[in-house]
Design a protein around this ligand. Structure first.
Ligand code: SAH
Length: 347
């Protein structure tokens, strides 16, 4: 019999399936979720508060598919841990654990590779293969939690791929992360990062789910953004910002913008002022990220330029911070680990 990955199931679907197909009482769903999502036990045989008969039924019908860790790099500087994870079909994705003084964050992938091909991003270089299933997205988090033997309370969708091009599965994973009987994470603890797919940003506004939205903007004008993000030809800056306005109207939530600072390209005071004008009355938070090592050969601006850019935003009433670089010694930038592995494999 074809077994299903139990990590593909939202709570209510799992409960109905267990009840209607396997005849398991309703409260069994809570016990099973507790084993998987809280205790990190990934085989039904070890779920000792279930009867032998129920455990057998579960094993006959389900698998708990956790991606296999094929490579792991730990930063000597700050403990950032980057994983290369292998899926059942042998494709690989990256996921990362990042430590901050006050919290630990899991960064997970939504696609194998990425179709967007932003010039500064290593993921696009390794091509695009396919969307990840719901269970494959959730499985990354569980694999890392198991490895670290810890409960991670913050998740960002900033690994490989464009989350909003895998919309339905990503939305299902938010449901699983939010659900009180599953991962039980609240709004401030889940961040969806997107290069900006306007219709999907608007759809996110209708969901009534708990998460934060972050948009990878990286340039204030179409002239600049076209050069580094091909998706901008399809969805120009104004259209992306307009969709954020609609999202904000629906949700009343502030939108975060990621802005990579590239030396001599988008780092001038004029660029910062154009950004202020572009946002207008939109309530935003800006994360400034001095560009990491990248395939385009872009360089970080000097500290002085970074500070001046930040000051211009702040003086003009925009909340902004410079994001600290993490794991700089371990191919920390998105997609680098997988690209390197693929190159080595093809040698
Ligand atoms: N496709 C989504 C999520 C994946 S990328 C998005 O575009 O938001 C996650 C974040 O890493 C994005 O903000 C992306 O722009 C950023 N990123 C990619 N390459 C980078 C690099 N070389 N330096 C700094 N940030 C990078």
């Amino acid at each position: 019999m074809q077994t299903k990955n139990i990590l593909d199931f939202e709570y209510s679907d799992l409960q109905s399936y267990l009840l209607n197909e396997l005849g398991l009482e309703k409260f069994r769903t809570d016990q099973i979720c507790d084993w998987i999502y809280k205790k990190r036990v990934f085989d039904f045989e070890s779920m000792t508060n279930l009867s032998k008969d129920d455990r057998q039924k579960l094993s006959d019908n389900f698998k708990i598919s956790i991606p296999h860790i094929v490579k792991k790099e730990v930063s000597k500087i700050d403990g950032t841990t980057k994983y290369l994870l292998e899926l059942e079909d042998r494709n690989t994705v990256e996921a990362v654990i990042i430590y901050y003084p006050s919290r630990t964050i899991a960064c997970i992938s939504t696609q194998v590779g990425c179709p967007l091909k932003c010039s500064f991003c290593s993921t696009g270089q390794s091509g695009y293969v396919r969307n990840l299933s719901t269970g494959e997205i959730i499985g990354q988090l569980l694999a890392m939690e198991k490895d670290k033997e810890m409960d991670v309370k913050n998740v960002v969708y900033m690994g490989m791929g464009e989350p909003l091009l895998n919309f339905n599965n990503v939305v299902q994973t938010i449901e699983i992360l939010n659900h009180p009987k599953m991962k039980k994470l609240g709004a401030r603890h889940i961040t969806i990062s997107t290069a900006g797919i306007p219709q999907k940003i608007e759809e996110l506004g209708d969901l009534n789910k708990e998460f934060r939205l972050s948009v990878s903007l990286h340039a204030p004008t179409n002239l600049q953004r076209d050069q580094i993000m091909p998706i901008n030809h399809k969805y120009p800056v104004e259209q992306v910002i307009q969709s954020c306005r609609i999202y904000q109207k629906k949700t009343k939530k502030r939108v975060t913008f990621e802005y990579i600072l590239i030396k001599g390209f988008n780092d001038s005071k004029e660029d910062a002022l154009k950004l202020v004008e572009l946002f207008g009355d939109l309530k935003v938070m800006v994360n400034l990220i001095p560009v990491n090592e990248n395939p385009a050969g872009f360089e970080k601006p000097s500290k002085r330029f970074i500070q001046a850019f930040l000051d211009t935003l702040v003086k003009n009433g925009i909340d902004a911070v410079v994001r600290a670089e993490k794991g700089s010694d371990i191919s920390a930038a998105c997609g680098q680990l997988r690209t390197r592995e693929l190159k080595e494999a093809n040698r």
